[in-house]
Design a protein around this ligand. Sequence first.
Ligand code: GLA
Length: 382
Amino acid sequence: MTKEKVIKLFSEKFGKEAPEVYASPGRINLIGEHTDYNGSFVFPGAIDKGMTAAIRFNGTGSVRAYAIDLDESSEFGFNEEDLPKEGWAKYLFGVCREIIKRGGTVKGFDTVFSGDVPLGAGMSSSAALESTYAFALNDLLGLGIDKFELARIGQSTEHNYVGVKCGIMDQFASVFGKKGNLIRLDTKSMEYAYFPFDPEGYRLVLLDTAVKHELASSAYNRRRESCEHAAKTIAGRHPEVEFLRDASMKMLDEVKAEIPEEDYMRAKYVIEETQRVLDVCDALEKGDYDTVGRKMYETHHGMSKLYEVSCEELDFLNDVACEHGVTGSRVMGGGFGGCTINLVKDELYDSFICDAKAQFKAKYGHEPKVYDVVISDGARKL
Ligand code: GLA
């Protein structure tokens, strides 16, 4: 939604005095999935879709918020017991609470927000919301919180007020995004590097199955527990191993008999995925998109068969891409539904989209939604 529209809706709700307007994007991730809570690498970029919020202090001790797209309001204070009941308002509340926990003073405000990043599609609508408010409050209140901590405020909101024990990738990408660049982040050292991404002759496109998995957050948390258990067991023999990122397949195989089969499969995927991110970075530097694409298919296979976070519809779209000769394709984000990300040669693009829509509709009764990826800037004031 444009700045003007958000301001107009704000004035209808809260009066004419002008608010400030902030925006933060969702993200894509080229490769490196479920690696961010394993101390490993991710390779995301911010996109041209996200959340936009108008905000103005109201002189009270509470927040009055209106979610434009849902036509719902919420009002809450800043104490732990003031947790709002509306799911979306928990993100705003969590951000305020996490700022307060870090010693910041938050003042009551009125706000409206709207988003064009599809919910539950694996493009991080929730991180976009958290980053918008973390960035806005930090700016408006002059709190001096650095960008890493803004991302951590969003991540802690997920952990403590939403119940998803996520990694840092989504919030990091939403805050640090840079137009035309992917970002390789080492989630252990938090070192990062921008990679200009303009693959000549190729396009990145997302195909959204519109499948939303009800139990995705508990399934996500269980994956994380499996990884931590495997890492801890390995650390029993190799104390230098803090995260799975530090482990090799040889080390994992040594403890194979000591851990459940499921934990072994999850850990194997993570160790292989870590290597794939590094391989993709090398391939990108050489302009070798065939290798990039091959690694994307390998990731899909691992996420489907070892990590078990794909679903029938995503596997179907991945097969269609492969049969159509698409360079790379895989499930993107946490999984359990949402999108595939596809690296497609320009000349195949139209026929692939047409084919994917027709085949998906014939099988599931509706077409997948298609989103072209435009890599854009991170959190900002408009
Ligand atoms: C979700 C989480 C991220 C990351 C991805 C999977 O998007 O929020 O931290 O773990 O899943 O890569």
